[in-house]
Ligand binder design. Structure first.
Ligand code: XMP
Length: 327
């Protein structure tokens, strides 16, 4: 019997709009045949994979798809707004936007251990999603942005990509239209579906989001320093033509302060650390050599525009020995 979690050798690699259009047409038929007139639930983070699945399913089944976007307060600047604009306003999708910011940040208050932070964020996400799922009637299917590397990494056994660990009684049947595609193919399909470049070409972003870049116990003011400095870095990298060329870049704000001086007064503020790395598989990584004029521009903007910051540092450590993230 053919295993539908194995990519057939004969499957053409999707590299052009024409091939993507043919794939989309095929998947629309397959999804319609699978779900009939039933509702399908999708956790839409705004990342490449879930966004492509959402756009594909909107085309296939319109309002039968219910997208749930959980804003846990750890997303990058402008991301929740972009999800609402693209899916609700432009595609007229059935989108439930959940503002869970206080709920997440309250649970994370005072928690400094990185693994505990990750566990809290993961568990809270499932809890919020399940609450929303239970609020809806007649949902029998769960769509996921599982892609082929997820299946390969989990030995073809199970392919939980977005929402692992849902309670058994929900008993959703999975809808995974891009599960046999590689990342570059998912991006080609996303473009063919009309998703904006900023969504389709996004760099990898960890599930716990900015939570692992606000080192130690998260505070709202330091989290804002991470979010604002990250937005400046991304903007200046885009201006410099680095977007889509450097694999991953972000800022980190550690939980310590150092002395500074402003208007003749001594003050204590945080440093912002810039990280920009290239890698093939994230197992090892090299540091991008950012030209000094660009670094200085980013430094000036961060020091002028981000509250509570008095230093900008550039992390030049490769992986190994450093990891890409700071915790
Ligand atoms: P490290 O820091 O281990 O990161 O060198 C390697 C890659 O994995 C991402 N990363 C995560 N992704 N949940 C995720 O979904 C996590 O908890 C997590 N931690 C690290 C990191 O951004 C990098 O791309």
């Amino acid at each position: 019997m053919q295993n539908d979690n194995v990519r057939p050798e004969s499957m053409t690699r999707i590299t052009t709009k024409e091939l993507a259009d043919a794939f989309i047409a095929e998947q629309i038929e397959a999804v319609r045949a699978q779900v009939g007139d039933k509702k399908v639930l999708l956790a839409l983070s705004g990342g490449v994979d879930s966004s492509v699945v959402a756009a594909l399913l909107v085309k296939a089944i319109g309002k039968q798809l219910v997208c749930v976007h959980v804003n846990h307060g750890l997303l990058r600047k402008g991301e929740p707004e972009e999800v609402v604009r693209v899916f609700k306003e432009e595609m007229d999708a059935n989108l439930v936007y959940v503002d869970a910011i206080d709920r997440f940040l309250d649970k994370l208050k005072g928690v400094s251990d990185p693994e505990t932070k990750r566990k809290i964020i993961g568990k809270e996400f499932i809890d919020v999603f399940v609450e929303e799922a239970r609020r809806l009637d007649g949902v029998e299917f769960l769509a996921q942005g599982t892609i082929y590397p997820d299946i390969l990494e989990s030995d073809g056994v199970k392919a939980h990509h977005n929402v692992g660990g849902l309670p058994e009684d929900l008993n959703f049947e999975l809808v995974e239209p891009v599960k046999l595609l590689f990342k570059d193919e998912v991006r080609v399909v996303g473009k063919a579906l009309g998703l904006p470049e900023s969504m389709v070409e996004r760099q990898p972003f960890p599930g716990p989001g900015l939570g692992v870049r606000c080192v130690g116990a998260i505070t709202r003011d330091r989290l804002e320093a991470v979010r604002e400095s990250d937005a400046i870095l991304r903007e200046e990298f885009a201006n410099a033509g680095f977007q889509g060329k450097v694999w991953q870049y972000f800022t980190v704000v550690p939980d310590f302060k150092s002395t500074g001086v402003k208007d003749g007064k001594r003050l204590w503020d945080w440093p912002v650390i810039i990280r920009a790395v290239n890698t093939v598989d994230a197992m090892s990584a090299t540091v991008e050599e950012i030209p000094y004029d660009i670094l200085f521009k980013i430094r000036d903007r961060i020091l002028n525009e981000v509250a509570g910051v008095n230093r900008v540092l550039y992390d030049i450590s490769p992986k190994p020995i450093a990891t890409i993230e700071w915790e």
